[in-house]
Design a protein around this ligand. Structure first.
Ligand SMILES: NC(=O)c1ccc[n+]([C@@H]2O[C@H](COP(=O)([O-])OP(=O)(O)OC[C@H]3O[C@@H](n4cnc5c(N)ncnc54)[C@H](O)[C@@H]3O)[C@@H](O)[C@H]2O)c1
Ligand SMILES: N[C@H](CO)Cc1c[nH]c[nH+]1
Ligand SMILES: [Zn+2]
Length: 426
């Protein structure tokens, strides 16, 4: 992990992974095939990419029962307690419909309505996180989404990970399909004989999933495209090097492309954290992944002052920011860009990944500069309400008509004026 002097001049570029031409072509043709051939295409791709030959895509009650046999009761209880914390936090986010009545009797407002149907993609393999099931499903439930569907690629035996099934079942999600990749995204967007289409697709996945989500955007809504995990730790000389190193490695073990960065004005802390990271790496089960991540995307930035560190952090706009300074709360007002901000030594990043309550689906790749965590808001849409009174229309009709005529839209003007034409008997 390199130690580099860095100044507030640091400049960064956001990058979008558009995949290779071959990957884009593959995604377009898979999507078209699913749209045309429905379930048969899902069967063919599941066999080709996941090596599984399935009779039925839908997860059965029997499979859920078997999943519970593999997960200890104490773990189920932890999942339930985490779910309660996440639900409690998200309940507070609900936005309300509102109506304002003006003195002339006009009523204006905004009606908040949940989406009818949402698809949650759960990636395959070791990235099939039960915690992500909670983080994607609970805000949709709190928003009041009527139908929540989950899809995930099966292993060669045609199974989904037990932890994922248990987490889904604990939340009451019972429409789960064993389909992954671009074909799952296609099924959710277009619908097939078995899978009815949804209005929005959320959840991370590999490049094929990301490209497919971008391709169907417009036909359905999507969440942000999640990049590899990131952590930035803003620390001063009061931080404990072993704790800082442990937290940096917590995100490095996710992905070879994950990035873990320490920003500090304490050169001594920088060297001690560097040593600690080397030591702790040796004993990690996912050492290879963490090492690749630290070597290629890890960094220790040494600045001139705490103020300069804050400027650098705001430029990085990280997914996760830990503030490990003497008085972390006083810096909160200066942090402008970060997906989630963890204050003080007892707020280690995994506290947020699993348990505290806030969502762990966060903006990556510097997009915290303009976007927010997944939330209840992600699963509702709003309608404007306009109920003009007669008095208000009499007062404003000529202005509205004049505005319409400025735009050359005579029919608009006449529509408003039609209310004041003599209606004979009426
Ligand atoms: N940012 C986050 O919060 C987060 C969390 C978990 C996972 N992830 C990401 O999810 C991804 C998981 O990847 P994964 O591959 O294990 O699971 P995945 O579910 O994303 O993808 C598996 C599917 O990819 C498709 N696929 C594989 N090779 C293909 C090919 N040559 N052509 C067309 N389709 C192909 C198959 O349909 C397969 O079912 C990783 O990239 C990981 O970084 C991100
Ligand atoms: N840190 C990840 C998001 O960047 C989420 C996660 C799931 N499990 C553990 N961590
Ligand atoms: Zn994590």
């Amino acid at each position: 992990m390199d130690i580099q002097k860095v100044t507030s001049e640091l400049s960064l570029k956001r990058k979008i992974d558009n995949g290779t031409g071959e990957q884009r072509q593959a995604v377009i043709s898979i999507l078209a095939d699913v749209e045309n051939r429905g379930d048969q295409a899902l069967h063919d791709y599941t066999k080709k990419f996941d090596g599984a030959l399935l009779k039925d895509f839908r997860v059965s009650e029997e499979e859920i029962k078997r999943a519970y046999e593999q997960i200890e009761d104490s773990i189920v209880n932890i999942i339930t307690e985490a779910a309660e914390n996440i639900r409690d936090y998200h309940e507070r986010m609900k936005s309300q419909s509102w109506i304002v009545t003006k003195p002339d009797g006009t009523m204006l407002g905004q009606q908040v309505t949940p989406l009818d149907a949402v698809g949650v993609y759960v990636p395959g393999g070791t990235a099939a996180y039960p915690s992500s099931v909670l983080m994607n499903v609970i805000p949709a439930q709190v928003a009041g989404v009527g139908r929540i569907v989950m899809t995930s690629p099966p292993n060669k035996k045609g199974e989904l990970p037990a932890g994922v099934l248990v987490a889904a079942n604990e939340l009451g999600v019972d429409e789960i399909y064993k389909v992954g990749g671009a074909q799952a995204v296609g099924a959710l967007a277009y619908g097939t004989e078995t899978i009815a289409p949804v209005d929005k697709i959320v959840g991370p996945g590999n490049i094929f999933v990301a490209l497919a989500k971008r391709e169907v955007f417009g036909l359905v809504d999507i969440d942000a495209i999640a990049g590899p995990s990131e952590i930035v730790i803003l620390a001063d000389e009061s931080a404990y090097p072993d704790e800082v190193a442990a937290d940096l490695l917590s995100q490095a073990e996710h992905d070879r492309l994950a990035s873990s960065i320490l920003v500090t004005h304490s050169e001594e802390l920088a060297y001690r954290v560097q040593k600690e990271v080397e030591q702790q790496l040796k004993t990690l089960p996912r050492r290879d992944i963490a090492l690749a991540s630290i070597e290629n995307h890890g960094a220790i930035y040494v600045t001139e002052s705490l103020e300069e560190s804050v400027t650098v952090v705001n430029k990085l706009a990280p997914e996760h920011l830990e503030v490990a300074t003497k008085d972390p709360h006083t810096l909160l007002g200066q942090i402008r860009h970060a997906g989630a901000i963890f204050l003080g030594r007892y707020s280690s990043e995994p506290v947020g990944d699993y348990f505290a309550g806030p969502n762990h689906v966060l903006p990556t790749n510097g997009t915290a500069a303009f976007s927010s965590p997944l939330s209840v808001e992600s699963f509702v849409k709003k309608s404007s309400i306009i109920s003009y009174s007669e008095k208000a229309l009499i007062e404003n009709a000529s202005k509205i008509a004049a505005f319409a005529r400025l735009e050359g839209l005579e029919a608009h003007a006449r529509a408003v004026e039609s209310r004041f034409k003599s209606k004979g008997e009426n």
